[in-house]
Design a protein around this ligand. Structure first.
Ligand SMILES: Cc1cc2nc3c(=O)[nH]c(=O)nc-3n(C[C@H](O)[C@H](O)[C@H](O)COP(=O)(O)O)c2cc1C
Length: 203
């Protein structure tokens, strides 16, 4: 699909055809493409908890203000941000040296920079949410391109999800996404104009 058409036609879809079950392969293809998203130092802070089992979707729905789309969609995905993604600094440095992004004697400097940057917990959290959110947007656009609908969601109790789905402490739930065959055409709500949202050069 033409990219601007994907952007124009992507919507937050609340109703899904419950007869359409997406295959694992299709879902994984969407995730694979979404993971081409950029991230600071290519640390790829995202992780996807994919829920397709009917009982587990019901459980997830109860953690998400009981929004019916969570169980009606083919899959509901909790997009997690990894607070400890910076611990992959060594792998990043290794690959970057191999690909000559940095000289081979620059590996230690790169690793030190990454660890220094992620020293404080606020930065770790900001980056986890930022990375996961970029991947989440890519996931939604990729799904649209492949003929599927999504809805991003913040209406959930992150601690309930953590407990019910045994999410390790290193991950923070950034947002949820329902994914499936959409069954809805609602007129889109308007957007603020470029004039309202742009400031050139400085405030
Ligand atoms: C971070 C975020 C959280 C959202 N949370 C919910 C939610 O919990 N439930 C819901 O039905 N829609 C949710 N939405 C969907 C928005 O209402 C929707 O994106 C917005 O109204 C614009 O509509 P459109 O995406 O169809 O253009 C959320 C969207 C975002 C980006």
């Amino acid at each position: 699909m033409d990219f601007s058409k994907v952007m124009q036609e992507r919507r937050s879809v609340k109703k899904y055809d419950q007869n359409v079950k997406m295959t694992k392969e299709k879902i994984e293809k969407i995730i694979e493409i979404a993971s081409l998203s950029p991230s600071a130092w290519n640390l790829q802070q995202w992780h996807f908890l994919i829920v397709t089992d009917e009982d587990k979707k019901q459980l997830l729905q109860r953690c998400a203000w009981n929004q019916p789309k969570v169980s009606e969609a083919s899959a509901s995905i909790v997009v997690l941000g990894d607070l400890l993604a910076y611990e992959r600094a060594g792998e990043v440095a290794e690959e970057w040296a191999q690909k000559s992004y940095v000289p081979s004697d620059g590996k230690k400097g790169l690793i030190d920079s990454i660890y220094n940057f992620y020293e404080d917990i606020q930065t770790q959290r900001d980056e986890a949410i930022r990375g996961a959110s970029l991947a989440a947007m890519s996931l939604m656009l990729t799904a649209k391109d492949m003929g599927y609908a999504t809805c991003p969601m913040i209406g959930f109790d992150p601690e309930a999800i953590r407990k019910e789905f045994s999410i390790p402490d290193r991950y923070v739930p950034a947002l949820m996404i329902t994914l499936g065959k959409g069954e809805e055409t609602r007129e889109r709500a308007s957007r603020r104009s470029p004039k309202e949202i742009i400031t050139y050069e400085t405030f």
